[in-house]
Design a protein around this ligand. Structure first.
Ligand SMILES: [Mn+2]
Length: 235
C-alpha cells in the first residue's frame, strides 16, 4: 500500500507562523512517503514578511523545488488555499511543475481513489462550483498587508484570542456539513465513492469525524496555540 501524508495551513512567510519548526519533520516524512499533499495556505502572501509578493513567490517555489529534488521518490501535490492563490505564485508554480516530474499542483482539490484532499475555504462560503471560480478569481490578486495592520494582528495573536475565535466560528458538524454540500455539488460526495476527506483552512484540528458516510480530518494550522497535525492519509 502506498503511504501518503498531508499537512495544511503552514502559512510560511507569515511572522505569526511556527512552520519553521515543522520543516525538518516534513522533509523526513516525505523522504519515505509515496505521496505528500500540501493542502493549501502553505504560503501566506497576504501577510508575508518579505518585501513583496513576487519575492515571496520566488522563495515559495524555491522551497518546493528543493524539497521535490531531495525526495525524488515522493510525489508532491500542492492544493491552493485562499492565502496562496496569488497570481505571482501560481504562474511560477506552474513553471516548476512542468519541469518537476514529482510535483503537481491543483487549483481546488486532489482525489486519490476514495480519498479527497481540499483546502476547505469552501466551508466558509456557500457557493456552487461556478461561484467558487468567481470567488477565487477575485482573490487571485494578492495585496501584501501593511506593517501597522500586521502589528495589530500580532497583538491579537499574543492574547491567544485567535484560538477561541477559530473554534467558536467552526464547530465540527457545521464545517463537515459545509464541506459535504460542496463535495456533492462537484460530484465527489459519498455517493460518488468518496470515503475520506482531508482539509484545513478553519485552523481547528480534528480527526475521524463522521458525517453522512464520509470521514473528515482537519490538519489544523501552524500558529501558536493551535495544533498543526501532519496526518498519514488513508489512500
Ligand atoms: Mn485558508
Amino acid at each position: 500500500m502506498k503511504s501518503a501524508y498531508v499537512v495544511s495551513d503552514l502559512h510560511m512567510f507569515c511572522q505569526r507562523s511556527q512552520s519553521h519548526a515543522l520543516l525538518d519533520t516534513i522533509h523526513d516524512v516525505a523522504r519515505n512517503a509515496d505521496l505528500f499533499v500540501f493542502n493549501g495556505d502553505t504560503f501566506d502572501f497576504k501577510w508575508t514578511v518579505l518585501d513583496s509578493v513576487e519575492e515571496t513567490a520566488e522563495k515559495a517555489v524555491e522551497f518546493l523545488g528543493e524539497l521535490a529534488r531531495r525526495c525524488p521518490d515522493c510525489h508532491f501535490h500542492v492544493n491552493l488555499g485562499n492565502h496562496d492563490r496569488a497570481r505571482e505564485f501560481v504562474e511560477r508554480l506552474d513553471v516548476l511543475a512542468r519541469s518537476t516530474p514529482n510535483l503537481t499542483w491543483h487549483p481546488y482539490y486532489l482525489r486519490v481513489g476514495s480519498t479527497l484532499f481540499l483546502h476547505g475555504d469552501v466551508a466558509a462560503w456557500k457557493l456552487s462550483h461556478l461561484g467558487i471560480d468567481r470567488y477565487r478569481s477575485h482573490r487571485l490578486h494578492k495585496r501584501k498587508q501593511g506593517r501597522l495592520k500586521n502589528r495589530v494582528y500580532d497583538a491579537f495573536f499574543k492574547t491567544g484570542a485567535h484560538v477561541a475565535v477559530s473554534r467558536l466560528a467552526n464547530p465540527h458538524r457545521w464545517t463537515a456539513r459545509k464541506v459535504s454540500a460542496f463535495l456533492e455539488d462537484i460530484g465527489h460526495g459519498s455517493e460518488d465513492g468518496v470515503e475520506q476527506v482531508y482539509f484545513g483552512h478553519t485552523h481547528v484540528a480534528m480527526s475521524n469525524y463522521s458525517y453522512r458516510g464520509i470521514t473528515y480530518h482537519n490538519t489544523g494550522a501552524a500558529f501558536k496555540g493551535m495544533q498543526c497535525v501532519m496526518l498519514k492519509a488513508k489512500i
